[in-house]
Ligand binder design. Structure first.
Ligand code: AMP
Length: 279
């Protein structure tokens, strides 16, 4: 595995690979890598000649300064975890990524107005900004994103379409801890008790599948929020049942062929997200 910190160096190396017709796969990450990230990286390695991973905690996508400061940074351990699967790892600093002012205005229509977009002002602008800059540097054939960040995936697909990137976006399944809690770098900030209790989030989402024939989406939304909030450690920020493509809320189950419930909840000052597919 070769490590790069400069755009021009990794670009040159990738250009040489492309000249030899090598296919480039790319996994953007913010580090503090866990098995969720590793599943993307292994898939990327299996499906491409060259697997490129970036590790960059992108400040422009954090609306909460405290969250940015507390975001775990474990570079040496990260490099060790990926060395057998990754060919090139890109670890730029902030000045390297944002070396020129970026005044682009992204228009995602409804996609960034709801859920995460509503509660984290400017988050998706930051995501789109960094992902497009990374796409320009890495020029991958395929890029891998986790379904855990369900809304992010919808935004990235729209970015690729609007900006005519010739990149296949590959959605990857959510990897969970044994308890069912979706793996997240932020789980590291929970003490063992909170971490155990946080599994109630997914347990409730899973249980909600049993009720789709007897509750409409609105009733099911209330069921999920009330059940999780009964847990004194956890506070639901939102639970929305939406169409997978438009992210618009669903009122009746027959309104759409693809429906997902998306949640954000706080526990111990840590914000967690997860989702469940109904249809
Ligand atoms: P992050 O480092 O949080 O920006 O995540 C980098 C990539 O890993 C994103 O595409 C995430 O959706 C994905 N990812 C994070 N956690 C998981 C997980 N538990 N299962 C699958 N993919 C994940």
């Amino acid at each position: 595995m070769d490590k790069y910190t400069l755009k021009k160096e990794i670009s040159k190396k990738i250009y040489e690979q492309k000249k030899q017709n090598k296919k480039i796969g790319f996994v953007p990450t913010m580090g503090a890598l866990h098995n969720g990230h590793l599943s993307l990286i292994k898939k990327c390695k299996a499906e491409n000649d060259i697997c490129v991973v970036s590790i960059f905690v992108n400040p422009t996508q954090f609306n909460d300064k405290n969250d940015l400061e507390k975001y775990p940074r474990t570079l040496n351990a990260d490099l060790e975890k990926i060395q057998n699967f990754c060919d090139f790892v890109f670890v730029p600093d902030e000045n390297e990524i944002y070396d020129t002012p970026d005044n682009r205005v992204f228009d995602f229509g409804n996609l960034d107005k709801v859920m995460e977009g509503k509660h984290r002002a400017g988050h998706f602008k930051g995501v789109a900004q960094v992902v497009s800059l990374l796409f320009d540097i890495i020029t991958p054939d395929k890029a891998y994103f986790g379904k855990k960040d369900f809304q992010q995936l919808a935004i990235i697909k729209k970015l690729v379409k609007d900006y005519n990137y010739n990149i296949d976006i590959i959605p990857c399944d959510i990897i969970r801890e044994e308890s069912g809690l979706a793996m997240s770098s932020r789980n590291e900030r929970l003490n063992p008790e909170l971490r155990k209790n946080a599994s109630e989030i997914y347990k409730t989402l899973k249980k909600s599948l049993d009720y789709i024939n007897i509750k409409d989406p609105e009733q099911l939304t209330k069921y999920v929020i009330n059940t999780i909030n009964k847990n004194s450690d956890i506070t639901v920020e939102y639970y929305d049942i939406v169409d997978d493509n438009t992210l618009k809320p669903i009122k009746k189950w027959d309104e759409s062929k693809n429906i997902t419930g998306c949640i954000a909840a706080y526990t111990g000052g840590v914000r967690l997200i997860d989702n469940i597919k109904y249809k």
